[in-house]
Design a protein around this ligand. Structure first.
Ligand SMILES: CC(C)(COP(=O)(O)OP(=O)(O)OC[C@H]1O[C@@H](n2cnc3c(N)ncnc32)[C@H](O)[C@@H]1OP(=O)(O)O)[C@@H](O)C(=O)NCCC(=O)NCCS
Length: 229
């Protein structure tokens, strides 16, 4: 986590999630995901019990407040479809599908309190998970990126075209651009990842970062994970 800490401005510290953080985390989620049900205290406790080293928090030290978080679990991607929903990949947000033998770190959630955005916290939280992938010699990180700029143009542009434009920096997306700047690659558009995400018109981008020191064998490449349809 020291490497991740170097990406943070003064006054912030990155650390593992604690029990006392739960109420603040739920409040931030209610703010940044107004159409989703925030995590319950029971769910956050369960995530910690299943995989404590995968639950990261950034604290704003002067106010002792949670400023952002990144929640992950280990999965075997071959047990899923590449276009599965967030609910399918996280077992309804319980993380009970966490597989300690999985080779993929699944980024279930990354969010920063609006009052602390654009200070490098998202970058630091991503670096922390990248460090975990390297330390555990995992193959990769995979996630689903919202694309909240897409809803406004969804009648004019196909979702994969939109992803291409964001990748070529012809268009800036408030979330997908941040992930691309943080070293992820966008692989494909998927529908229904977060069905209530109207800003993204229900679409998302599958994103991936492959560990160059320990990439997956060819037969486990993300392109080999089937689609539902
Ligand atoms: C996406 C999110 C986590 C980014 O957090 P953040 O702390 O503001 O991001 P950072 O300050 O670390 O920025 C990281 C990079 O993304 C870029 N970036 C961040 N927000 C951006 C935006 N709105 N538009 C374009 N680029 C952006 C930054 O410029 C930076 O790149 P750079 O270092 O090359 O300049 C944050 O906006 C958020 O919590 N959004 C709401 C919740 C959400 O939708 N989470 C994603 C779920 S998939």
């Amino acid at each position: 986590m020291e490497h991740a800490q170097r990406h943070l401005p003064d006054g912030y510290v990155i650390r593992a999630m604690r029990d006392g953080d739960h109420a603040e985390i739920s409040a931030i989620c209610a703010d940044v995901y107004p159409t989703e049900r925030p995590y319950t205290e029971g769910e956050l406790r369960a995530h910690h019990a299943l995989f404590p080293e995968g639950q990261f928090v950034v604290e704003h030290v002067p106010s002792a407040a949670v400023a952002g978080a990144h929640f992950t679990l280990l999965v075997n991607m071959m047990h899923f479809h590449v276009d599965d929903s967030w609910d399918a990949l996280t077992a309804g947000g319980t993380f009970s599908d966490h597989d300690p033998k999985g080779h993929t770190l699944y980024g279930a959630d990354l969010f920063v309190h609006p009052g602390h955005q654009h200070h490098g916290l998202g970058r630091a939280l991503t670096e922390a998970t990248r460090g975990l992938v390297q330390a555990k010699r995992l193959w990769r990180m995979v996630g689903g990126s919202r694309m909240p700029g897409y809803g406004r143009v969804s009648t004019a542009i196909a979702p994969d075209d939109y992803i291409g434009r964001v990748k070529r920096a012809e268009v800036t997306d408030p979330v997908l651009t941040a992930h691309l700047h943080d070293g992820w690659d966008a692989i494909t558009a998927i529908r229904g990842y977060l069905p209530h995400d109207e800003e993204s018109a229900g679409w998302a981008a599958v994103i991936q970062w492959v560990n160059p020191e320990c990439p997956p064998p060819a037969e486990f490449d993300l392109s080999r994970v089937p689609r539902k349809a």
